[in-house]
Design a protein around this ligand. Sequence first.
Ligand SMILES: C[S@@+](CC[C@H](N)C(=O)[O-])C[C@H]1O[C@@H](n2cnc3c(N)ncnc32)[C@H](O)[C@@H]1O
Length: 250
Amino acid sequence: MNRVYFVGAGPGDPELLTLRGASLLQSCQAVFTFAPLDETFAGLIAKRPVFDPYDFDFDELLAHIETLLDAGNVVFLQPGDLTFFSPFQALIEALGDKAEVVPGVGTANAAAALLKRTLNLSGVCTRTILVSSRVLAEIPGAPALEDLAQPGATLLIYMNHYPLEELVGRLRRGYGRNEPIALAHRIGLPGQRLFVGCLDDILERTADCTLFDKRGRADLTLIIVGQALTATPDHSWWDQRRLRVRRHRC
Ligand SMILES: C[S@@+](CC[C@H](N)C(=O)[O-])C[C@H]1O[C@@H](n2cnc3c(N)ncnc32)[C@H](O)[C@@H]1O
């Protein structure tokens, strides 16, 4: 049976695609994806037809996929990975057994690698919260961003929809203090930029660039906030852990 593979593309750099994802992409019949992945993956997609899923309404999309499946496998290249904020869940449900998911490098993983930081540093951060400011604001009764921005929490903010100045104000109210913040823009894509600072100086650090559109949206920016970004790891922790591991092995 031909299948529809929902392949985690990673942040955009084809070097971060899994080997399985690359092999499926190179053997499929047609590809669904959108900018900028259609450009960065052009080499692997080669001459296969590329469709933008947002050109179809839901029923049209299903019908189009069924036609393509008669000729071979179909690949949906999805940004990052299915795990967080995938737009394709309803489609996967509708396709049932015909759908298969291939994991990829999530944007959170790629951002942590760029920063060279683990985002839940032991002794500093007790929780890491992945959140979209836009989704939070859409749901009545959901906690406000300020409620989640608490000391000891690392926040990963996807799909920010606040102008940076407003976002910084909300985070300051939540954390109740100055806090480290990083903006990872277009990770793995042409124009990649990484800004690391604190709530007090991030506006100044980003003053010379256009990360945000007129409504404040920064579509390809992941925002990371919290002490885990800059805290000095406690080296004694390594020796304690080593002792525990060795004791366990004996
Ligand atoms: C619909 S969500 C998709 C998340 C994706 N499923 C993942 O695994 O990371 C889109 C958001 O992910 C983040 N994002 C996706 N690709 C990115 C990239 N290359 N660089 C920075 N942020 C990115 C941005 O916050 C963007 O608003």
